[in-house]
Ligand binder design. Structure first.
Ligand SMILES: [Zn+2]
Length: 255
């Protein structure tokens, strides 16, 4: 009887010990796994342009903020001719980029985490500053353009040299812009037919001027152009945009 009891005790102890040994092994292997992922240890900031509710908060988004000059807090953004909003497009692409980067081990932070018709903002000065406090390595702002219907394709916008604003990030942002353009092309996207070289330099954008980390804005396509619009409205199209942005980020990081 005594022997049986101790045998039962051993069985019970093994049963108790087994799950904890297994979960320890799991924890160890997942730690090792995430350390070996290409973007482990990096934080990346993503700024999905606009917010769906900006169009119903025109007074709030018209407030002027200082970004090296006075600019409106935000704008409504554009849409396709059929009414698919830029805010919805940018938010969906941003979430796809976030998922892809997280699978590669990165921590991803976003300037807005909802796409809601009852929400507005945040303002461009906040979007600009966002990322430094999060210790992000870089920030990519995602937009869709609203240009004349005949033009199509993406363009990348990089910050101009602006003393007191972008002097600290001018060079790194130029490198990020070049890498992003290459990444978007390698991802199967075509550069703009209406912005020379698919690249523009701006000194008036708060999202860029207020940044203290390397940053670019991507205008992924022209929402007013029929073929760009159909790609932007399709899930597979948005995944293609996201994968191309991920390529650009990895090219810049060399990881
Ligand atoms: Zn926009």
């Amino acid at each position: 009887m005594k022997l049986l009891r101790s045998a039962a005790l051993v069985v019970a102890l093994v049963a108790l010990a087994a799950p904890s040994v297994q979960s320890q092994a799991r924890a160890t292997s997942s730690t090792v796994g995430s350390q070996s992922l290409p973007l482990s240890g990096l934080t990346i900031a993503i700024d999905p342009g606009h917010q769906l509710g900006n169009s119903t908060h025109t007074r709030q988004i018209a407030r002027l903020v200082w970004v090296g000059s006075y600019k409106a807090c935000n704008t409504t953004g554009t849409s396709t001719n059929s009414g698919y909003p830029e805010a919805t497009f940018t938010f969906d692409v941003a979430r796809r980029v976030k998922n892809d980067l997280e699978r590669l081990g990165a921590r991803v932070v976003m300037t807005r985490t909802t796409n809601s018709s009852s929400a507005w903002g945040p303002c461009v000065d906040y979007r600009g500053r966002f990322g430094k406090s999060q210790h992000a390595a870089l920030k990519v702002s995602i937009h869709g353009d609203g240009a004349p219907a005949s033009g199509r394709g993406f363009h990348v916008i990089r910050p101009a040299y602006f003393r007191g604003y972008t002097d600290d990030i001018y060079k790194s942002s130029s490198a990020l812009a070049t890498a992003m353009k290459t990444g978007l092309i390698r991802g199967g996207l075509k550069p703009s037919t209406y912005i020379t070289g698919g690249m523009s330099v701006r000194k008036d954008l708060g999202t860029l001027n207020m940044s203290d980390i390397p940053t670019v804005m991507t205008e992924l396509g022209n929402m007013r152009n029929a073929s760009d619009a159909s790609m932007m409205k399709s899930r597979s199209g948005r995944q293609k945009y996201a994968a191309a942005i991920e390529r650009g980020i990895r090219l810049y990081l060399g990881r």
